[in-house]
Design a protein. Structure first.
Length: 837
């Protein structure tokens, strides 16, 4: 909703400016994520996903997808996104199948896709490989276990080896130490017994060993740890052992003692520690805090696993993108995210694109059963490309869903066909998305754009922040604190939701969103609604649509000249903010203008002339000014709150069928009148000061106290004299008297000194509520005083208490009497009607 609202603001803004706008809606099949959700739903219904046949499982996934597709469509419709539904695309539709295969084949033929045995992040719950981006790292406390590996030749002692994963001991092939570690100079080249097994392993030297970890000796389990794998590969004398875990990360295989086979990692760890202790190999255990890798999808601890996967070589794809962003061909907003972007791009790893799940595009590779070679073609092959045999075996894996999504900026326009949409709209202009998928999606789209089309996929990327709830927690489906937009829209309306998302929290930061934001949006729209209702009676039927601002001469009312100028400045700032990818600043500027300048100031001031009390020419000028500014402001607010503005626009004299396709108004059509701004400044300042004095003196709302201003100069005196009625009405004071420079200051008045001059406001009489509060305060103090006096009158207290305690009680009594006396004064004054000068 947040990203969509920002996109819709841009789309509507550009459409009104006359630009060719296209917002293509699409849905991605979210391979693994979808399968996880379906698995969870079936689990709740008591069905094991793994027990379903392939077709049944795919049927469940299709059903889930159809439901969500319908819901997403209903949400985007209800919130009013102006997307082109006729161009709706789905990452599993036939055109996407074609595009995905095309991309795979091109990369494969260029040698950028390869199949390799790699240590992958294995999720033992979902039983699939995950990309690095799907893994989260969390600090967790576990046990560091110190184990003695005895010398193989039977000499006493052995090596002390520390490990957090003692259950992997059955996969050990060696012990490695740092070559410069003096403790192990004589150990390198010897052999140790691997505890709980009948195998031995050599002690070898490798500079990848961290001598500060544990005792500085590292057990080498080449199939279950990436660092161990690297060390193993540098020592070809070591034989590659079999896996000791199955796909669910349960101990498995001949190397594992029979009683431990089939145990999950946690149980296996406990049992291994027991066995080590029983057999005398356990030296000690200590608590250890370290970073544990977990699956973002299932939360299972990642098991590094050696497996055969498909990879994309990323470095050649990343280089042109890094260059393009550096020279500003693609711009990142807000710019601070460029640093994160470059850091990742410059150390990019190859992309593991195969997944061991059902849901997704099959890896488009078939292997010949006769000659054993691979055929990789866009059209699914019927025979081996090398020997012609029809005996072909499909690859069992599917592709990472991002392997389709990364093609989206051009695939959604028809690529690889040279469609007219592609010719007309590619490269696109703007991508708006959450920064959480900066690497999953945004960076990869850039790489695909330069690789497949030789050009940028878009010119600007805008990253929104991640919404949090009002308690500051990340919104997530699991926490249940992410409301269904349809419910929010039913309860609050679409426009309050849209406005609440953009204002007041910056859309590019992780701000809280909830009832407060929605209420704020609703209040603003009510204010706007009331403004139009206020204006309607002054715009009788037949009033022409405002083609241009009214021409106001210097003799025109100050408020009309000032409002046109304020409108011009607001319009310029809002337009610059939208163009500069600052939607929140645009909304803030428009909000401030509508709320403060238009509703609170102008309408209050112009009521006189609108009502005709200053004559017919003044009435006509103010009505024309109000209509022009309101109509243009509705246009400018339209991208933010399209429903309410469309409705209100039709309630005012207007020209055209729909506000949605009305022309975006040029700020420059309104004049700038610096004299009006200069003159209005002291008036607004005086009102502001007098309002503050009212609040401070707790002047009741209905009271109209006297006020004085001693202007700081002759020019200000002239302006204030001319606008005296305005200040009186806005600050609700009467009469307002302008004091001569040498006149004495009024007594008994609250005062303020400011650039405009000295302001004074007569203090109003305390209200009944004030008197009651004072009376209550007096009673509390009197009780305290009675207690203190009682203690002081007690001879036991006076005789026994230390002198400083007695002195303190005496001081307290004096203080209390003084405070009661002052309250009595206020109460007397209140009763006599206050301090009037
Ligand atoms: Zn063949």
């Amino acid at each position: 909703m947040l990203g969509g609202t920002v996109m819709d603001i841009r789309t509507r803004y550009h459409r009104m400016r006359g630009d060719a706008t296209l917002w293509v809606p699409g849905l991605d099949h979210a391979g693994l994520a979808t399968q996880v959700e379906v698995r969870r739903r079936l689990h709740r219904a008591g069905i094991r996903f793994e027990a379903l046949s392939r077709d049944e499982a795919l049927g469940e996934i299709e059903r889930w997808k159809d439901e969500h597709e319908a819901r997403i469509r209903a949400q985007t419709q209800a919130v009013g996104f102006s997307i082109d539904r006729s161009r709706y695309r789905y990452t599993m539709d036939p055109a996407s199948v074609r595009a995905t295969r095309e991309a795979f084949v091109r990369l494969y033929e260029a040698g950028l896709i390869y199949r390799g045995e790699r240590m992958v992040n294995w999720d033992p719950t979902l039983r699939t490989a995950l990309s690095d981006l799907e893994v989260v790292h969390r600090e967790e406390t576990t046990s560091l276990v110190y184990v003695r590996y005895p010398w193989a030749d039977g000499t006493p002692g052995g090596l002390e080896v520390a490990t957090v994963r003692p259950e992997t001991i059955f996969g050990d092939v060696a012990i490695a130490v740092h070559p410069d570690d003096p403790r192990y100079r004589d150990a390198v080249g010897r052999s140790v017994m691997i505890p709980l097994t009948d195998r031995t392993g050599p002690v070898l030297a490798d500079s990848a060993v961290d001598p500060t970890f544990g005792a500085g000796a590292l057990k080498i389990t080449p199939r279950h740890d990436p660092i161990d794998r690297e060390i193993f590969l540098r020592h070809p004398e070591l034989a590659d052992p079999p896996d000791i875990f199955d796909a669910s990360a349960r101990l498995d295989g001949d190397r594992v003692p029979a009683p431990l086979r089939g145990l999950d990692r946690d149980t296996a760890r406990a049992r291994t520690i027991e066995a080590l202790e029983r057999e005398g190999f356990l030296l000690r255990q200590e608590p250890y805090r370290h970073s544990v890798a977990r699956s973002e999808r299932s939360d299972a601890a990642i098991e590094p696993r050696l497996s055969t996967q498909w990879f994309v070589r990323m470095a050649p794809l990343a280089t042109p993108v890094i260059d393009a962003v550096r020279r500003g061909e693609i711009r990142i907003h807000p710019e601070r995210w460029s640093l994160t972007f470059f850091r990742w791009m410059e150390s990019i790893q190859d992309w593991c694109i195969s997944r061991q799940v059902l849901w997704g595009h099959p890896v488009p590779v078939v292997t010949c059963r006769s000659c054993g070679r691979a055929t990789v073609t866009v059209e699914p092959p019927v025979a081996c490309a090398h020997c012609g045999s029809p005996e072909l075996a499909a690859d069992p894996d599917v592709l990472d869903a991002w392997f389709t999504s990364w093609l989206w900026p051009f695939a959604a326009l028809g690529w690889p066909e040279r469609t007219s949409d592609l010719a007309h709209y590619a490269p696109t202009d703007v991508l708006v998305t959450g920064r959480d998928i900066m690497f999953f999606w945004v960076a990869r789209m850039m790489m695909a754009g330069y690789y497949f089309e030789g050009q940028r996929p878009f010119a600007d990327v805008y990253f929104t922040g991640m919404l949090r709830d009002e308690l500051g927690r990340k919104m997530s489906k699991h926490l249940g604190n992410s409301p269904d937009p349809l419910d929010v829209i039913r309860e609050h309306g679409a426009d309050p939701l849209r406005f609440g998302l953009v204002f007041p929290n910056p859309t590019d930061e992780d701000g809280p969103f909830g009832a407060t934001a929605l209420e704020g949006g609703r209040h603003f729209l009510t204010k706007l609604w009331n403004l139009v209702r206020f204006a309607q009676p002054y715009l009788p039927p037949g009033t022409p649509a405002p083609a241009a601002p009214p021409r106001l001469g210097p003799e025109a009312a100050l408020e009309d000249r000032w409002l046109l100028t304020r409108y011009r400045r607001t319009a310029e700032e809002a337009d610059a903010a939208i163009a500069g990818f600052e939607p929140t600043r645009a909304a803030t500027v428009l909000y401030g203008f509508v709320w403060h300048d238009l509703a609170d100031r102008y309408v209050e001031i112009a009521k006189e002339s609108l009502a005709g009390r200053r004559g017919e020419p003044a009435r006509r000028a103010s009505a024309a000014t109000l209509l022009f500014v309101l109509e243009r402001t509705l246009r400018r607010l339209h991208p933010f709150v399209p429903h309410v503005t469309e409705e209100l626009w039709h309630a005012l004299p207007h020209d055209g069928e729909l506000l949605a396709v009305a022309r975006w108004p040029d700020p420059a059509e309104a004049p700038i009148d610096p004299a009006a701004e200069l003159e209005m400044a002291p008036v607004l300042e005086a009102v502001h000061l007098l309002r503050n004095l009212r609040a401070e003196g707790r002047v009741p709302l209905e009271a109209v106290p006297r006020a004085w201003i001693r202007p700081s100069g002759a020019e200000i005196a002239r302006v204030l004299a001319a606008q005296r009625g305005t200040v009186e009405r806005l600050a609700k004071v009467a009469p307002l008297e302008l004091l001569a420079p040498d006149a004495p200051a009024p007594t008994g008045a609250g005062s303020r000194v400011a650039p405009v001059g000295e302001c004074f406001l007569a203090r109003a009489a305390p209200t009944a509520a004030d008197a009651e509060a004072l009376q209550r305060e007096r009673e509390t103090l009197a009780t305290l005083l009675a207690k203190t006096e009682g203690r002081l009158a007690d001879p036991v207290f006076r005789g026994r208490a230390p002198p400083e305690v007695v002195a303190e009680a005496q001081g307290k009594a004096v203080d209390l009497r003084d405070r009661i006396r002052r309250i009595d004064e206020h109460l007397r004054l209140g009763a006599s009607g206050g301090l009037a000068p």
